[in-house]
Design a protein around this ligand. Structure first.
Ligand code: CP
Length: 319
């Protein structure tokens, strides 16, 4: 089956998931992002690469970091940005997702940035666009259900490369609610493609994902064992809706077994970095001393996210 993310020339047409995305495209995005980091440091932060283009932010699910950084990124590329107010839009009157997209297309949209609680929603839009041969239109998945969050995965790879330089000698641990995490899936696929030799997931058996061992991921239910000698720790948000369910007892019990404390962080390599996609739950998956400590790079991830999203949009627009 053709990769729906690529056009007939093998170029990026949509960004939907990091699984099956060629290594050279991932590296091209990371390298392009490097050039945009310096733009963000300048007094005049704008470049004209998307001048005259319209980017529609369609966020059917809450977001602080992703929606805002997409908006900043598009504005720094000189695009016109339209944030659809979903609650006040006609989807709340029963209009289908594809009808909404068709109407926005009639308003000369160039790019849709889509977050949706349903896994596959951005794929559905991309397929609709491809089927109608609207090759000038692009879809960026900003997180769909528990499936994929590709720009988070890319900014995580950017962050790891920034601090660790090389993927080929790393041990990386992903901790917490792996089974429901689109971030974990995107990170794992990207790290496999980029050649990270040891990827671990750590969490209670109810929250670890089946199928990952086929990708060579080592699974640990003991936090202390899993953290030993790792270079990178990616903490995941404990999703509140899982608490007090059959999957997870109380937040206190989770913290007791899997919370990242300074004592547990000391089991990793001394220069290990601590990452988190946000929003963080202090005292649930991460202790404040660690979240605010010198090894945490959580806020750098947010800043790098702007450059990475600029890179994705600029490449999609053909620059
Ligand atoms: N990391 C992330 O997706 O955060 P938001 O939900 O705030 O966008």
């Amino acid at each position: 089956m053709l990769n729906p993310q690529l056009n007939s020339n093998g170029e990026l047409q949509h960004l939907l998931a990091l699984r099956d995305l060629p290594k050279d495209i991932i590296l091209h995005i990371l390298d392009t992002a490097t050039s945009f980091v310096s733009v963000s440091d300048r007094e005049v932060k704008k470049v004209p690469l998307l001048r005259g283009k319209s980017v529609f932010n369609l966020f059917f699910e809450n977001s602080t970091r992703t929606r805002t950084t997409f908006e900043i990124a598009a504005k720094r590329l000189s695009a016109d940005v339209i944030n659809l107010n979903i609650a006040a839009s006609s989807t709340s009157k029963g209009e289908t997702l594809l009808d909404t997209v068709d109407n926005l297309t009639s308003m000369n949209a160039d790019m849709f940035v889509v977050r949706h609680a349903q896994s596959g929603a951005p794929f559905l839009i991309a397929k609709h666009i491809n089927d109608h041969k609207r090759n000038h239109l692009h879809v960026v998945n900003a997180g769909d259900g528990r499936h994929a969050h590709p720009t988070q995965g890319l900014l995580d790879m950017y962050t790891i490369r920034h601090y660790k330089k090389d993927f080929s000698n790393l041990k990386v641990a992903i901790v917490g609610d792996v089974v429901h995490s689109r971030v974990a899936r995107s990170d794992i696929h990207a790290m496999k493609t980029l050649g990270v030799p040891e990827i671990r997931t750590i969490g209670p058996a109810t929250l670890l994902a089946s199928g990952l061992s086929e990708l060579g991921v080592r699974q640990f239910t003991n936090m202390e064992e899993g953290l030993k000698d790792v270079d990178v720790i990616i903490m995941l948000r404990v999703q509140n809706e899982r608490i007090n369910s059959a999957l997870l007892p109380t937040t206190q019990e989770f913290f007791k077994s899997y919370g990242l404390t300074a004592e547990r962080l000391a089991l990793a390599r001394p220069d290990a970095i601590v990452m988190h996609p946000g929003p963080i739950n202090r005292g649930v998956e991460i202790d404040s001393a660690v979240a605010d400590g010198s090894q945490a790079v959580i806020l750098s991830q947010v800043t790098f996210g702007i450059a990475v999203r600029m890179a994705v949009m600029s490449i999609l627009a053909g620059n």
